[in-house]
Write a protein that binds this ligand. Structure first.
Ligand code: ARG
Length: 554
C-alpha cells in the first residue's frame, strides 16, 4: 500500500525525487484524523527552492489516482487518505501468510554459540532467539539459510578444566549433571588457583597436552564436549531451535596454519616477540592477534578460518554473526583482516550485535558462578503457564502442549519485543506476565480469532464486499502492511519490528472485537470473517517467524 502511494507520488513529482527517497520519508500521521499517510514537503524545499508550506499547497491538487481519495495540505505536509474499497478488497482477498520469495541466495548465520562446560547464559539466550528469528526472516526473503552453532569448545580453559577434574572430579557426578558439575570444577579451579599458584601451571600443561593430541586429554575433552552438547540440546528442544552445523572453535584447529600462511604470503603479518599480528592502524583498529608468543592460537584466528571455511563450503551471499555488542571490536578486526587480504566478500559479512541482559542494572557475569540457569527459567515459565490454564480453562485439551507453547512464547517474545541493541533487565516476573505487551497476549488474540472462525464456519458465504467503516479500516490498514514489516525486519536484522507489529495488530483487533459484533447480522458477515481470517493468518505466521507457536485454543 505504501509502495503504491509512493509510486503515485513519484509519478506526480516527475522525477524530482527518487522512488526510494520518497519511500524513506512517507509517514503515518500521529493522529488518524489527519489521514492514512503523510508526505513531508521539507524534502522538496531544496529542489524547488520554496518553503515546504507553499510546496504542500501547490501540490495538493495534483494527485490524480483512484487509489487516493484525499490529498490535503496541512502545514508542510500533504495528508493522504486511501481508497478504502480498494484496500479492503485487497486485504480481504490477499492478506494471509507471507508469500516467500524464491530462494536464490545463500545466507549463513552464526548464532547461539555457547561455550562447553559452562552454563548457557542469558546472553546466549538472546543470541539464540534473535538468531532464530533472523534466520526465519532470511528464509522468507529469498535465502537458503545455513544455521551454524560456533560452539566455544577450545582454549586454555579446557586445560584448567581437565586439571580440576583430575584433582576433584569423578565420572558419576559429571554424568549426573554435566554442565553444573563441570562448571563447579571450573569455578573451584579459579578459587584454588588464587591461593595455590602452581595450579595455573598444571592447567597450562594440560592444555599443551590437549593441543599436542595427548590421548588422555583428548578423551576427556571429547567427553566434556559431548555431555555439554546433550545439555544444550535440551534447551534447544524446549525453544524449538535447530542447527545445520555444530562446527565449533575446535573444528578449525587444522586450518589455522593455512590462515597464517595466507597472511604471510600477502605480507600482512608482523612478528613481534614471538607473537604474530596483523596491524590495522590504517583503519584505526588495534592489531589483530593471530598467534600468541606461547604458540597458542586465538579466537580471532579461528574466526578467520571459519569465515573462509563458510565462504568456500556454502558460497554464501551473506554471512551473519549474531553475537553480543561486547564483541564488536573483535568482529571489526576480523572483517578488516579479510578486507586487507583483498577479498571483496568482506562486504557480505556482518556482525549483528545486541544489548546486554542486566540484573539490577548490572551486567550478568558467569565468572563467579553467579548465574541464572536458563533451563530452570524456561521450566518455571512453562509451569506458570500451566497453572494459568488450570485456573482459566481447566477443560482445555493438550494442556501440556499449550502450556509449553505459551511459556516458551513468553520468554522468546519478552526478548524480541525490545529493539535489538537495547539492554534488557532480566526479570522473571516480567517473563511470567501473560498480559500486556507479551507473547501470550498475541497468542491469545490468535486463539480468539480461531474461535471466531470455528463459530463462523457453518455460515453460508456470500460475495466478498469491502469493509469501509472506521473500525474495520483500522485493522485492514495494518494488515496490508504485513509484507513491508517482514521486509524491513529482515533488512534491519531486527525482529522487534515484527514483534511490535504483532502487538499492534493484536491491540487493534481486540478493540475491533470489543466494538463490532462480528458474528451477528448477515450484512457483510463473510467479509468480517475474512478479516478475522487475515488476522489469524498474520498472527500465526508472524509468531512462527519469531519462533513461537500459536495454539488454536488456549
Ligand atoms: N562462544 C562465544 C561466546 O560465548 C561466541 C561465539 C560467537 N561466534 C563466533 N563466530 N565468534 O562468547
Amino acid at each position: 500500500m505504501k509502495k503504491r502511494l509512493g509510486a503515485i507520488i513519484y509519478r506526480t513529482l516527475k522525477n524530482d525525487l527518487t522512488f526510494d527517497e520518497i519511500m524513506d520519508v512517507i509517514e503515518i500521521p500521529k493522529a488518524k484524523q489527519f489521514g492514512d499517510y503523510s508526505f513531508p514537503c521539507f524534502v522538496l524545499a531544496a529542489v524547488y527552492k520554496k518553503n515546504p508550506h507553499q510546496i504542500a499547497l501547490e501540490l495538493e491538487g495534483k494527485f490524480h489516482d483512484e487509489f487516493i481519495t484525499q490529498a490535503a495540505a496541512a502545514g508542510p505536509y500533504i495528508n493522504f487518505r486511501l481508497n478504502r474499497e480498494i484496500v479492503s478488497m485487497e486485504c480481504l482477498q490477499t492478506i494471509g501468510p507471507y508469500q516467500s520469495a524464491e530462494k536464490t541466495k545463500v545466507m549463513t548465520i552464526d548464532f547461539s554459540s555457547p561455550n562447553i562446560a559452562k552454563p548457557f547464559s542469558m546472553g546466549h539466550l538472546r543470541s539464540t532467539v534473535i538468531g532464530q528469528a533472523i534466520a526465519n526472516l532470511g528464509e522468507r526473503c529469498g535465502y537458503n539459510v545455513i544455521r551454524i552453532n560456533h560452539i566455544g569448545d577450545w582454549g586454555t580453559q579446557f586445560g584448567k578444566l581437565i586439571a580440576a577434574y583430575k584433582r576433584w572430579g569423578n565420572e558419576e557426578s559429571v554424568k549426573e549433571n554435566p554442565i553444573q558439575e563441570l562448571f563447579r570444577l571450573y569455578v573451584k579451579f579459579h578459587e584454588e588457583a588464587a591461593v595455590f599458584s602452581d595450579l595455573i601451571e598444571e592447567g597450562r600443561s594440560w592444555f599443551k597436552r590437549l593441543e599436542d593430541g595427548d590421548t588422555d586429554a583428548l578423551k576427556l575433552w571429547k567427553w566434556f564436549r559431548e555431555v555439554s552438547l546433550e545439555d544444550f540440546q535440551r534447551v534447544y528442544k524446549l525453544l524449538g531451535v535447530q542447527f545445520d552445523a555444530y562446527n565449533g572453535e575446535a573444528f578449525y584447529n587444522d586450518q589455522l596454519s593455512h590462515i597464517s600462511d595466507l597472511l604471510e604470503e600477502r605480507g600482512l603479518l608482523k612478528h613481534s616477540e614471538g607473537a604474530m599480528v596483523v596491524p590495522l592502524d590504517n583503519v584505526n583498529l588495534p592489531p589483530c592477534l593471530i598467534r600468541k608468543s606461547d604458540g597458542a592460537t586465538l579466537y580471532a584466528t579461528r574466526d578467520l578460518a571459519a569465515a573462509f571455511y563458510r565462504k568456500e563450503t556454502y558460497k554464501f551471499n551473506k554471512s551473519l554473526y549474531v553475537v553480543g555488542m561486547e564483541q564488536s571490536m573483535h568482529f571489526k578486526q576480523v572483517f578488516a583482516v579479510v578486507e586487507k587480504m583483498g577479498f571483496s566478500w568482506h562486504k557480505d559479512i556482518h556482525h549483528i550485535p545486541f544489548g546486554f541482559i542486566l540484573k539490577d542494572g548490572k551486567k550478568m557475569s558467569t565468572r563467579k558462578g553467579k548465574i541464572v540457569l536458563l533451563e530452570k527459567v524456561i521450566k518455571e515459565t512453562i509451569s506458570a503457564a500451566k497453572a494459568n490454564i488450570e485456573m482459566k480453562n481447566p477443560e482445555l485439551e493438550n494442556k501440556d502442549e499449550v502450556a509449553s507453547a505459551v511459556g516458551v512464547g513468553a520468554i522468546i517474545f519478552h526478548d524480541l519485543k525490545n529493539d535489538r541493541t537495547t539492554n534488557i533487565e532480566f526479570s522473571l516476573d516480567e517473563m511470567l506476565k501473560f498480559e500486556g505487551e507479551t507473547g501470550p497476549y498475541v497468542q491469545y488474540t490468535h486463539a480468539r480469532a480461531c474461535s471466531l472462525l470455528r463459530k463462523g464456519s457453518g455460515i453460508k458465504s456470500e460475495k466478498t464486499r469491502a469493509l469501509t467503516d472506521e473500525h474495520s479500516w483500522e485493522v485492514q490498514k495494518l494488515l496490508v502492511q504485513y509484507g513491508q514489516v517482514i521486509q524491513s525486519s529482515f533488512e534491519k536484522y531486527d525482529p522487534s519490528i515484527l514483534a511490535k507489529y504483532l502487538l499492534h495488530v493484536s491491540r487493534v483487533f481486540n478493540s475491533y472485537y470489543a466494538k463490532v459484533k462480528i458474528l451477528e447480522g448477515n450484512q457483510s458477515l463473510t467479509s468480517r470473517l475474512l478479516l478475522v481470517q487475515s488476522v489469524r493468518d498474520v498472527l500465526k505466521d508472524g509468531l512462527s517467524i519469531l519462533g513461537i507457536k500459536a495454539p488454536e485454543k488456549m
